[in-house]
Design a protein around this ligand. Structure first.
Ligand code: SAM
Length: 262
């Protein structure tokens, strides 16, 4: 389970989630801004982590009611926003309710769940008619096919490890189709492949730092489970941590969709 391998209690987890947010918030915010939410929108962030998206929503829309939810909400950054509340929600087991939200957001959550397509119906039901769902999920297809043989081999080994955990890091590629099958409308999707460069304060640097921390944290399982050797992992980390290289990293699919107005 995700929470066994990357629990919020790990000493480096808050920093890893902060780096992930720095890397992805600009694209997430741009996608949400295009949706033209009502000023008093009711919003739910699922698997909020440090809560960067929920906090931004509550700050940007002071009349909105925003809920940051996660299995463990203790990691949500401290804030004094009166329109932001916290709620423990397990997306796999909890009913999200009916016709409550103008926006449901989740990022890098569905791909880790053992049942990921079924939860889409739960999310659809929780939206008001016309309400929007924004999801960003990993889409590793391109990285596993190139550009260099080592890079492809390394990430293919990583994908074998993640598959052994029941994670699907190619789920982003299938997400638009699953949204359509579930009954969502106005489905928009764009593939983003961040370029890793471990220097400065750019989104690409934050992405490189995220992967550096993720792989270092998972090293015992990656090596101990026989998915890769220590030298293979070191070589990959030296590429990711190279401040003079710009290397295409794993991709993501950002999708937005709406519950149809019946
Ligand atoms: C990779 S982190 C992403 C955090 C945040 N969405 C972001 O992008 O910055 C995945 C998050 O999903 C949460 N999560 C994992 N399984 C979950 C579940 N079944 N229900 C709700 N949240 C879950 C984890 O606790 C973690 O905070």
């Amino acid at each position: 389970m995700y929470e066994d391998l990357l629990p919020h209690t790990l000493p480096t987890e808050a920093e890893r989630l902060d780096r992930m947010a720095l890397a992805h918030d600009p694209d997430t915010f741009a996608t949400i801004e295009r949706l033209d939410l009502p000023r008093n929108a009711h919003c739910l962030d699922i698997g909020a982590g440090r809560g960067s998206v929920a906090i931004w929503l509550a700050e940007t829309l002071p009349d909105a009611q925003v809920t940051a939810s996660d299995l463990d909400v203790t990691s949500v950054r401290e804030n004094s926003l009166s329109n932001l509340s916290l709620k423990e929600i397990d997306l796999q087991n909890d009913d999200l309710g009916s016709e409550l939200y103008d926006l449901v957001h989740c990022r890098a959550v569905l791909c880790f769940l053992p049942i990921r397509t079924e939860v889409l119906s739960n999310i659809l039901k929780s939206l008001k008619p016309g309400g929007a769902f924004v999801a960003t999920e990993m889409d590793f297809r391109r990285i596993a096919s190139g550009p260099s043989r080592f890079w492809a081999t390394f990430w293919t080994a990583y994908l074998e490890f993640t598959a052994s955990q029941g994670w699907d890091l190619e789920f982003g590629a299938r997400l638009p189709g699953f949204l359509a099958k579930t009954g969502f409308a106005e489905i928009d999707a764009r593939h983003i492949q961040p370029v890793l460069n471990h220097s400065g304060k750019t989104a690409g640097a934050a992405e490189a730092q995220t992967w550096s921390l993720t792989l270092a944290t998972l090293a015992p399982q990656l090596i101990g489970g026989g998915f890769m050797t220590e030298s293979m992992l070191s070589e990959a980390l030296s590429i990711i941590r190279n401040s003079k290289a710009w290397t295409a990293g794993p991709g993501f699919m950002i999708t937005s969709a709406r519950r149809p107005v019946e």
